[in-house]
Design a protein around this ligand. Structure first.
Ligand SMILES: C[S@@+](CC[C@H](N)C(=O)[O-])C[C@H]1O[C@@H](n2cnc3c(N)ncnc32)[C@H](O)[C@@H]1O
Length: 219
């Protein structure tokens, strides 16, 4: 799953993952994390999600990273935002008040880009990546965050032989393997999501479980 794959998806406007509403699990479960309003939140592989807007509306400072310039510019246009744009190495930085979107490759991020980040929201980011990249993603995220922080992580679990990703199936043992060293993992919700995913049913799935996890840093 290389960067070209995603850029072509954006070019062809094949962005079936995008929701035209704020993620319901984010709204329901985020308050449980008990974060201060001014907490800086990182949204990896953010696309043009409306969740960015919701997090800002909660008083957070938000930083997202997205490969596609088309995606970030669509987000800005759809919300009638006029960002200040600067270039920094491989990244193009779009800033509007408390929101910073970094256009470039997540794997090019360095700790200075996530300065002060105190929480992470991951929906359709870890599960966008094939297995070897997921381990690389978890390791890189750990390396660039200032410290282990609270994360809300949403995953999908299905029989990977019935459908090829993305989104990929990520099961609880893998989540434990990737994150347990630094985090307590609390399952906040487990939902049968097949009925609300007719596309995946058409692609062959007979079962689909969505899970919402709270990853709490170990003391
Ligand atoms: C499945 S989408 C999810 C987007 C968003 N999280 C949401 O919920 O709508 C994955 C996004 O990650 C972006 N992406 C994939 N690989 C990336 C990388 N290495 N660095 C930055 N963004 C990446 C893609 O362009 C795509 O917009």
């Amino acid at each position: 799953m290389d960067t070209q794959f995603w850029l072509e998806r954006w070019d062809r406007r094949e962005i079936g993952w995008h929701l035209n509403e704020i993620n319901a699990h984010l709204q329901e479960h985020w308050p449980k994390l008990g974060l201060a309003r001014e907490t800086r939140v990182f949204v990896p592989l953010c696309g043009k999600t409306l969740d960015l807007v919701w997090l800002v509306s909660q008083g957070h400072r938000v930083v997202g990273v997205e490969l596609s310039r088309l995606g970030i510019e669509a987000f800005m246009a759809e919300h009638r935002l006029e960002p200040r744009i600067t270039e920094l190495g491989a990244l193009r930085i779009y800033q509007v008040d408390e929101l910073v979107l970094l256009q470039g490759d997540f794997f090019d991020l360095r700790p200075e880009h996530l300065d002060g980040v105190g929480a992470v929201f991951d929906r359709a980011s870890l599960i966008a990546l094939p297995p070897p990249m997921r381990a690389r993603y978890a390791k890189h995220l750990c390396a660039i965050l200032p410290r282990p922080v609270d994360r809300l992580l949403i995953t999908l679990d299905y029989d990977q032989s019935q459908m090829s990703g993305p989104p990929f199936s990520v099961q609880p043992p893998e989540i434990a393997q990737l994150f347990e060293a630094d985090h307590h993992i609390e399952l906040l919700a487990e939902i049968d999501a097949l009925d609300e995913s007719p596309n995946f049913r058409r692609r062959g799935l007979t079962a689909l479980t969505e899970r919402v996890h709270w990853l709490r840093p170990r003391a």
